[in-house]
Ligand binder design. Structure first.
Ligand SMILES: NC(=O)c1ccc[n+]([C@@H]2O[C@H](COP(=O)([O-])OP(=O)(O)OC[C@H]3O[C@@H](n4cnc5c(N)ncnc54)[C@H](OP(=O)(O)O)[C@@H]3O)[C@@H](O)[C@H]2O)c1
Length: 230
């Protein structure tokens, strides 16, 4: 089978960290783990010979950083845009910086990462998986305090559809997964004490399988991944 090069953005903790470990179980995969915390990733993935870690910050010069990292790769098969910034504040308490950072990390960062990865993915029939949230899924239950975060996640959904229209005839797929609650540090920080029905590892299992296989059947779709309705 063709060796796969897989980029996971937001790999230092939570769902992204679990994803890297699962992808790495197949020694044919080469995994590129990205986040701001190189030291933590190096510790998490020590002993995994097929994982390479790079410091990467979605809050600034994203295209330039991503292009420099991707220039070390011949091609990219899978890109999972998993990093996320959550701010939980009443609407009138949100500062300009709060709103700007959510949009920079969750939207602009994703779009610029994709711009940099694209030339390396068109040769592999690549699959881009954007990680959004149920909060950004149209018609879902909404939560007070998440107007910056959830609107930015809705923008990622919309980007998925717009990109997919523009690249509908190209050998590349993009899909968007709107996750329900999973037990991670992000969830603990935003909603202390809340118990999610799904662990980070279980959620990662689903995303890994989806990233490896679903583009055979699905392109340009926004899918809710949640145990609750709506
Ligand atoms: N957990 C949930 O219940 C839930 C629900 C719906 C959607 N989601 C989405 O699922 C994804 C993963 O969530 P999680 O709960 O695993 O989050 P997490 O535990 O907070 O992990 C987020 C990851 O993103 C990275 N990151 C944050 N800011 C970054 C930046 N400026 N540049 C580069 N990397 C950055 C973090 O690494 P560094 O800090 O080292 O940079 C970390 O590795 C996120 O997109 C989140 O919005 C989660």
């Amino acid at each position: 089978m063709h060796k796969k090069t897989i980029v996971v953005v937001g790999a230092s903790r939570g769902i992204g960290c679990e994803m890297v470990k699962l992808f790495a179980k197949n020694s044919d995969n080469e995994i590129i783990a990205l986040s701001r915390n190189h030291e933590k990733m190096a510790l998490n993935f020590q002993g995994l010979k097929n994982v390479r870690c790079y410091a990467f910050d979605l809050s600034k010069s994203v295209f330039t950083q991503a292009q420099a990292i991707f220039s070390n790769l011949n091609s990219i098969d899978i890109l999972v845009n998993n990093a996320g910034k959550l701010v939980n504040k009443a609407f009138t308490d949100l500062s300009h910086e709060d709103i700007q950072l959510c949009y920079q990390v969750n939207v602009i960062g994703v779009m610029e990462t994709v711009q940099a990865a694209l030339p390396k993915m068109l040769t592999t029939n690549g699959h881009i998986v954007n990680i959004s949230s149920m909060g950004g899924f149209q018609g879902s239950v909404k939560f007070a305090g998440l107007s910056a975060y959830s609107t930015s996640k809705a923008a990622v959904c919309s980007f998925t559809e717009l990109f997919s229209e523009e690249y509908k005839d190209a050998p590349i797929s993009m899909n968007c997964l709107c996750l329900g609650a999973a037990q991670t540090e992000m969830l603990d920080e935003a909603f202390p004490g809340y118990q999610a029905p799904v662990s980070a590892e279980k959620m990662a299992e689903f995303i890994v399988d989806f990233s490896l296989n679903a583009n055979q059947w699905i392109k340009g779709k926004i899918l809710p991944i949640s145990l609750s309705t709506p």
